[in-house]
Design a protein around this ligand. Structure first.
Ligand code: DO4
Length: 525
């Protein structure tokens, strides 16, 4: 159960300053008083994290993987409680939250497997060449090491998979970094339940208590203090552009600037090519609306922009999408604030002189409900006002009508960085797709064909990232095993005595991992 505590290392404490969870479906406050953590809590948590770092970052691969698997098992053990709590705090439906629990547990297990495989260490050995002329070469051995304690900011829209034990935390643990989580106030009970599951795993695995702390709170000051704390060495964040940029600024103003991996805003363009429209315009409509309205549109992969060449086939798509959207039920949004901001964004588009409303979803009785919205405009008008390409977080999308492929290309070229781009195409569209691909590749982290952007697989090849402002650092991903790289840095040992080298670099390869020796792969034993 949860009681509103702050969890620092193995201990729990409370503050006089409290807040309550709000059920967005009713607008009612919950009974539990959740503590707002303060600057003293930040200092305690980061001090413990710094103390835990040396031990945690040098654990054997097996011990670290076992810890991550224990976190997964502890979360699975409280699944029913977790899902019920998250339903009350987020209004997300049960199947979605059950699925998200599975994704969270699966994600943790995948990182445990990745830790054991040891490839992420990138152990690389260039043996000495004492006889090389004109100069001998020193013995050079490189591996990746953990950065240090990481601050993780949970997201509002994925209370499990992008929150306390979500991808950022899993990746940081896998890399060997202690984690201090700033809990999201939109789902504090859910956050605390997961935090307790991690706290128990730290204890049962016999790890230093500072490997994990959980700081609930509503204030920007709390997040700011965490990022400014000199013991924190990297930050993972999923949320708004304003929030992410504020953290980037704080991190850059520190005496020692640190990386902030903020996933922020994206409208995920979908290009409908002529062949696809000719062969399946009717079917594309409801499929698009399904992706648009999924989870009340509160996905950072939500298809907020559709681009296509004007004509009768596009009209068929528009009519079909409008029919599906008109029948779409409203859905409760995560918080009253998110709902208010969605309403504002939709209203701005609806009242824009260059924009026509194509369709709206069904209006419901309850509070904080998103009513889906589809708008349309022409390419020249879209390009004339950058506001038309700003993200409206929720089930809102704008269709941009173009004259030809060249105009589609120009629209793409003027977009900001995005998480995803989708191409709906048939074989007859291959030339057009080939023309657009370089422009899309320059703008996004993931390009998908004949699917929809919502629903990110957690795999080794996944990239859930992209150029600014989809993220603050487009060189990485927040989903998939590559996410560990954000919390690692390379160190090279030169002419170091074998007994003093980290195990992965020692001559006998005691961990039996795959290494690169003299440029060639030496397979795991
Ligand atoms: O909201 C951001 C994450 C989106 C995602 O993971 C998904 O679409 O599955």
């Amino acid at each position: 159960m949860y009681n509103g505590a702050i969890l620092i290392g193995a201990s729990e404490s409370r503050s006089a300053d409290t807040f309550n969870a709000i059920n967005p479906a009713t607008g009612e406050s919950g009974d539990v008083a959740f503590s707002n953590a303060g600057p003293a809590d930040v200092a305690k948590a980061t001090t413990l994290a710094a103390e835990a770092f040396q031990t945690f970052s040098t654990l054997s691969l097996e011990a670290r993987a076992t810890f991550i698997e224990t976190v997964a098992a502890n979360i699975l053990a409280i699944k029913d409680d977790l899902v019920a709590t998250a339903m009350a705090e987020t209004a997300l439906p049960k199947p979605r939250l059950e699925g998200e629990t599975g994704r969270t547990v699966g994600q943790l297990r995948m990182f445990a497997t990745e830790v054991r495989a040891g490839l992420w260490l990138d152990a690389t050995i260039d043996p000495a060449m004492p006889d090389r002329a004109p100069l001998p070469r020193a013995d050079l051995r490189r591996l990746n090491v953990a950065l240090g304690p990481v601050a993780v900011f949970g997201a509002s829209n994925f209370p499990l998979a992008f929150s306390v034990a979500g991808g950022d935390t899993a990746a940081a643990f896998a890399a060997g970094c202690p984690v201090v989580v700033k809990g999201h106030p939109a789902h504090p009970g859910t956050g605390e339940l997961v935090a307790r599951a991690i706290q128990q795993a730290v204890a049962s695995c016999g790890l230093p208590e500072g490997v994990f702390s959980y700081l609930p709170g509503t204030t920007n000051e709390l997040g700011g203090a965490l990022v400014a704390d000199p013991r924190i060495k990297a930050v993972g964040f999923t949320g708004s552009r304003g929030g992410g940029l504020a953290l980037v600024k704080i991190a850059n103003q520190r005496d020692e600037p640190i990386p902030v991996y903020a996933e922020m805003s994206s409208i995920n363009p979908v290009v409908l090519l002529p062949g696809a429209l000719a062969s399946r315009a009717e079917a594309l409509g409801p499929a698009f609306v399904g992706s648009l309205t999924m989870g009340a549109g509160q996905f950072c992969t939500n298809p907020g922009l559709v681009i296509a060449i004007d004509g009768p086939d596009l009209e068929t798509f528009v009519a079909s999408a409008a029919k599906a959207l008109t029948a779409a039920q409203p859905a409760v949004m995560l918080t009253p604030g998110i709902h208010a901001s969605f309403e504002r964004g939709v209203e701005e588009l609806a009242s824009h002189a260059a924009v026509t409303t194509v369709a709206r979803g069904c209006v419901g009785e309850g509070v904080n409900q998103a009513v889906g919205a589809l708008f349309t405009t022409e390419a020249a008008k879209f390009e004339a006002d950058v506001a038309l390409s700003h993200e409206v977080f929720g089930s809102s999308s704008i269709l941009v009508r173009c004259k030809d492929i060249a105009e589609i290309k120009a629209v793409i070229a003027n977009l900001e960085g995005q998480l995803t781009a989708t191409i709906q195409s048939e074989a007859s569209d291959n030339d057009a797709a080939a023309e657009l691909l370089p422009a899309l590749q320059a703008k996004v982290g993931r390009i998908l064909f004949n699917g929809w952007p919502t629903g990110v697989e957690v795999t080794h090849a996944m990239v859930h990232g992209g150029p600014f402002p989809s993220t603050s650092d487009g060189r990485s991903t927040s989903v998939g095993t590559l996410a560990m790289a954000r919390f690692l840095r390379p160190v090279c040992f030169q002419d170091t005595p074998d007994a003093l080298l980290p195990a992965p670099l020692q001559a006998a390869n005691p961990w039996g991992i795959t290494r690169r020796v003299n440029g060639a792969l030496e397979q795991a034993k």
